[in-house]
Design a protein. Structure first.
Length: 181
């Protein structure tokens, strides 16, 4: 992790608080989880994510490269915008979404469960379960289209199973924290 005013990177630890301007860079062979209210971003190796802005009840992050999977357990109380080099998205409804930024700075958004709305200056588009959107070009004038549905349903079902177990863990943790345990 990099704080904007720090000269060196800081290793991530459980319970680390992020502040506006912080950058997470996940090393080769590693992964990281970021929890924002009822959302968990699971960051794969070689993913770089920045916390652009954090205000009461609102987060804005930028995915510079890599591929996080976003698990939304239940409708969150906070708002969350995730920007890629081409488009932005708001994971608000329960579901499992995979977002990737390739080496060519192409954004790929896949929906395993639920749905997600993708935004650009030209408008917005919904990506539904089993669909994948590809977006390329600059954020002020990107091209985007639905290119395919998932062909590998066993992997989708495995992701759904992980999502259900993750949702149960988060719900149990939220219930314990609400009751002061």
């Amino acid at each position: 992790m990099n704080h904007p005013d720090a000269r060196a990177q800081t290793p991530g630890v459980v319970g680390l608080t992020l502040f506006a301007g912080d950058r997470l860079a996940v090393a080769s062979g590693a992964r990281a989880d970021v929890q924002l209210d009822n959302r968990v971003l699971r960051l794969a190796a070689h993913t770089e994510l920045r916390l652009v802005r954090e205000e009461s009840g609102s987060y804005q992050m930028a995915l510079d490269k890599g591929s996080p999977t976003c698990h939304v357990v239940e409708a969150p109380a906070t708002t969350f915008d995730l920007s890629t080099p081409s488009v932005s998205l708001k994971p608000e409804a329960p579901g499992v979404h995979r977002i990737a930024v390739t080496g060519a700075r192409e954004s790929q958004i896949s929906v395993h469960q639920g749905h997600i709305q993708v935004f650009s200056p030209q408008g917005s588009e919904w990506v539904l379960p089993g669909q994948k959107m590809v977006a390329r070009g600059p954020a002020d004038n990107p091209e985007f289209k639905i290119v395919s549905a998932f062909r590998n349903w066993p992997r989708v079902l495995a992701a759904a199973t992980i999502s259900v177990s993750l949702a149960a863990s988060i719900a149990a943790g939220n219930a314990r924290s609400r009751h002061g345990r």
